[in-house]
Design a protein around this ligand. Structure first.
Ligand code: APR
Length: 245
């Protein structure tokens, strides 16, 4: 197995960051994999508060397609291996994902920090409204059907962290990064902040950093080890070794 793991203490605390690559083998396309475009729009131009203010129907069409694309997807061996790891090491695992799909939960993971929100949830678009996010699996194709907040009547929006917004659960994430012995990053291009800095924060706090994926990420220099390969093949044996320590 990976010789880098020999340096770990017994019963290590494990921080995992997953990105779009972990769901690629389940059939959910990555963001930057193909051409990063959706119907001729740059992803960044449909995933911002300004885009929603300008054209909420366009934004809802984008997320409606993504809801349809994720609806029947099954978790793959990488998601399942993480769920098994949680069963075995419990609180010593902190699983954080940039993904908004529900595949970690479908695999059986119970504690997942969805830093970029959840595809199948919506919330009021008025930041002053105190209503909570709610489960919403619907799709919206017409302006007159767009969902509205049950409390205040403003338009509802996807419960997604858009470009220019602050990710969710950052306090818990920062604490877990400071406390971990190993920071394992899986299937992310390492270019979107703040997630792209998690491995260097963990390394600065003394953790071993490992990347798993078929290509080197943009922040490759912050990893002590890079395991090249698709997550469904490369991740399960690595997690098995971690669980046994
Ligand atoms: N296993 C592991 N990794 C894979 C696989 C696979 N089978 N297939 C592709 N990858 C890797 C690619 O090599 C790439 O590095 O997954 C990565 C996907 O990168 P991105 O598409 O940039 O996805 P991600 O890094 O998760 O994007 C970050 O950007 O648009 C925003 O909010 C969105 O959460 C997203 C964020």
């Amino acid at each position: 197995m990976n010789p880098a793991l020999d340096s770990l203490p017994a019963r290590p605390r494990v921080f995992v960051l997953s990105g779009a690559g972990i769901s690629a083998e389940s059939g959910i396309p990555t963001f930057r994999g193909v051409d990063g475009l959706w119907r001729g729009h740059r992803i960044e131009s449909v995933a911002t508060p300004e885009a929603f203010a300008r054209d909420p129907l366009l934004v809802w069409r984008f997320y409606s397609e993504r809801r349809d694309g994720a609806r029947d997807r099954e978790p793959n061996p990488a998601h399942r291996a993480l769920a098994r790891l949680e069963e075995r090491i419990g609180e010593r695992l902190f699983l954080c994902t940039q993904n908004v799909d529900p595949l970690h939960e479908r695999a059986g993971s119970r504690r997942v920090a969805h830093m970029h929100g959840q595809l199948f949830e919506s919330r009021c678009s008025d930041p002053g409204c105190t209503s909570a996010p709610y489960i919403d699996e619907a799709t919206y194709a017409h302006r007159e059907d767009l969902p509205r907040c049950a409390a205040c009547g403003a338009l509802a929006r996807p419960h997604i962290c858009w470009f220019g917004e602050v990710p969710f659960e950052l306090d818990a994430i920062v604490n877990a990064l400071e406390a971990c012995d190993v920071c394992l990053v899986v299937g992310t291009s390492g270019v979107v902040q703040p997630a792209a800095s998690f491995a260097s924060s963990a390394a600065a706090a003394g953790a071993l950093t490992i990347y798993v994926g078929p290509e080197e990420p943009g922040n490759a220099d912050v990893f002590a080890a890079i395991v090249r390969g698709p997550a469904a093949q490369a991740l399960p044996p690595l997690l098995e070794t971690l669980a046994e320590r």
